[in-house]
Write a protein that binds this ligand. Structure first.
Ligand code: CP
Length: 322
């Protein structure tokens, strides 16, 4: 069953065309510049955003709520533990209930891949005015993280066509990696993925011709224009970790100062957060001059402002179906 408002929901990067990605990024740049100049636009005045999070979050939820407030919308936050989810209410019924309040957007994070598609269907069964934005569904996608990462990459590198980005760590369980693999391929970048065999299975290379598995992390670091470090998602592992100890993982795959010294002269380090300092990244690198981690967080607000405008059919998307 196709979604009626597929052009307003944002459930993943996989279905977005490069043209639409550029439109979102361009609008994010405009909104960021307007905010810096003190000329913020209240394009969502009178509208409501509901954040519905079944998993923990610091950056994503706060960033969506700040983005909504900057656009003049009201933000209402629902944590599953203190909602009727704790009484056994299903995602379908939760979605239909919130949709009946006719918010402009419901932003949802959930542990199950595909959950936001189910939520969008539940919402569409009640109202035409509400769009769903995926804030992370299991190991499937985290589209707004990839958009803010792309905004950060383009700030430093300009056009990404022909650029090389390394993604290092637990790719297998990472929705951030999947969304970035999609967006970077659509924008013409080459992606090197590196990490332990068990966390970077060979099948990941089937995600596109732009994806190359590099087993030697140092080789990946030496070739990349930017290096994205990922944490090991211990909470998504079915069994014990596939390495002897976290110390062993840090020595073999962690980004320390010695490894960072191998980077190309203008290359830089990214991390979506939360970071496990001392495991996939040493504090000296995370807080050092080549790190753009704080810039990623700042860019998250502009990227999400653009996504909220798209979801609400305002700004450059005025006239899209509502
Ligand atoms: N990057 C990210 O999704 O962070 P949070 O889990 O803090 O939202």
């Amino acid at each position: 069953m196709r979604l009626i408002h597929a052009d307003r929901h944002l459930l993943g990067i996989e279905d977005l065309k490069a043209e639409e990605i550029h439109k979102i990024l361009n609008r994010a740049r405009e909104l960021r510049a307007a905010n810096t100049a003190g000329k913020g636009e209240h394009s969502l005045a009178g509208r409501t955003l509901i954040t519905l999070f079944y998993e923990a979050s610091t950056r994503t939820r706060a960033s969506f709520e700040v983005a909504a407030q900057r656009l003049g919308a009201q933000a209402v936050s629902i944590a599953s533990a203190s909602s009727s989810v704790s009484k056994g209410e299903s995602l379908w019924d939760t979605g239909r209930t919130l949709a009946a309040m006719e918010p402009a957007v419901i932003v949802c994070r959930h542990a199950s891949a595909g959950s936001t598609l189910l939520l969008a269907r539940a919402v569409e069964s009640v109202t035409k005015v509400t769009a769903v934005v995926n804030a992370g569904d299991g190991a499937h996608e985290h589209p707004t993280q990839a958009l803010l990462d792309t905004l950060t990459l383009t700030d430093r590198l300009g056009d990404l066509a022909g650029r090389t980005i390394a993604i290092v760590g637990d790719i297998e369980h990472s929705r951030v990696a999947r969304s970035n693999l999609f967006v970077l391929g659509k924008l013409g970048a080459r992606v090197l993925i590196a990490g332990p065999r068990s966390l970077v299975p060979a099948a990941l290379a089937t995600l596109g011709n732009h994806v190359e598995i590099v087993r030697d992390i140092d080789a990946a670091i030496e070739r990349a224009d930017a290096i994205m470090m990922l944490r090991v998602q211990l909470e998504r592992l079915a069994g014990p970790p596939p390495f002897s100890s976290l110390g062993d993982y840090a020595r073999t795959y962690g980004l320390n100062q010695a490894r960072a010294a191998r980077m190309k002269p203008n290359a830089f380090v990214m991390h979506p957060g939360p970071m496990n300092r001392g495991i996939e990244i040493e504090p000296e690198v995370a807080d050092g001059p080549t790190s753009v981690v704080a810039h990623q967080v700042t860019n998250g607000i502009a990227a999400r402002m653009a996504v909220l405008e798209r979801a609400s059919a305002v700004g450059p998307w005025a006239g899209a179906s509502r």
